[in-house]
Design a protein around this ligand. Structure first.
Ligand code: GLN
Length: 287
């Protein structure tokens, strides 16, 4: 086998330079800066074969997050695999909105004159996948109890490993939306969800990373909004009056999600935009 330097391997793999560096860094167990400063070093045959096999997978379209087995979200590294959706930067808007609601809640509790000790906020992530939303909330909010559900056992196992990796306690329940929860669970103060919201006939399902992601985490029925209807319809049973319900949704679903929430039990409904200026997250307060 001919000898190949780091620089040559990066050049010859037909991948975008950043992705090639991430994959080669993964094989060698080094970071990008190390690669840049050692680019004349020669790869062993084993390293070269390993790198070529990862590059082939990437060239065949497999998401880089699944190949590396990790993705960063809210400054934390999450394990990902094909049983969970890859966390997206857009979803950080949902987490930040949840954190600011929790912050406001604890400020108003400390301002109130009640002598009762402040009750920790009870937070729920419906359809948690890798656990990115629930675990980020638990990590950045000290005084809350976090619960999460998913219909997929493989996803829940991944989420439980991620919770352990970040040293946070999240209680996980298996099942579809609210059905996962035992009836005596008690009322929540904040419920967040990034449910499947792509229309079944959306052409994007056959492009890019989503081809490799679990369909059950992506497709929300023929009009893409089944999950919002299901979740809103039972929100009053599981949420306190004054609690916040917040969803991520598709760029063109702000209006329909506001309508579903308005017909449900929500008021003070607001939509927040993503960095591209599209409607992305809608929240409301339970009446
Ligand atoms: N935002 C994802 C995408 O467009 C979809 C996530 C979801 O359905 N919840 O690829």
């Amino acid at each position: 086998m001919s000898r190949v330097s780091i620089a040559a391997a990066l050049r010859e793999c037909k991948l975008d330079r950043l992705e090639a560096q991430l994959l080669l860094g993964h094989v060698l167990g080094v970071d990008r800066v190390w690669l840049l400063t050692h680019d004349d070093e020669v790869l062993s045959d084993e390293q070269r074969l390993q790198f070529e096999s990862l590059a082939d997978r990437r060239n065949a379209g497999e998401p880089i997050a699944y190949i590396l087995g990790v993705r960063e979200f809210m400054g934390l590294e999450f394990e990902v695999n094909p049983s969970v959706l890859i966390p997206r930067p857009d979803t950080e808007i949902l987490v930040e909105l949840g954190l600011s609601f929790l912050h406001e809640r604890s400020r108003s509790q400390s301002r109130s004159r009640s002598r009762e000790p402040a009750r920790p906020a009870r937070v729920l992530d419906l359809g948690t996948g890798s656990g990115a939303i629930a675990i980020s909330i638990a990590r950045y909010c000290d005084s809350c109890e976090v619960y999460a559900t998913d219909v997929s056992d493989a996803a829940l196992q991944t989420a439980a490993r991620n919770a352990q990796k970040h040293g946070v306690a999240v209680q996980f329940y298996a099942g579809s939306w609210w059905e996962a929860l035992p009836p005596e669970i008690g009322a929540f103060d904040l419920v967040l969800s990034n449910p499947p919201y792509i229309r079944a006939d959306d052409k994007h399902l056959s492009c890019g990373d989503v081809r490799f992601e679990p369909l059950s985490a992506l497709v929300g029925g023929n009009d893409g909004v089944n999950a919002y209807r299901d979740i809103v319809s039972r929100s009053r049973e599981f949420m306190r009056s004054g609690a916040m319900l917040a969803f991520e949704h598709g760029w063109d679903q702000g209006e329909v999600v506001r309508e579903i929430m308005g017909r449900g039990h929500c008021h003070k409904i607001e939509t927040h935009r993503d960095l591209a200026g599209h409607d992305r997250v809608t929240c409301g307060v339970i009446t």
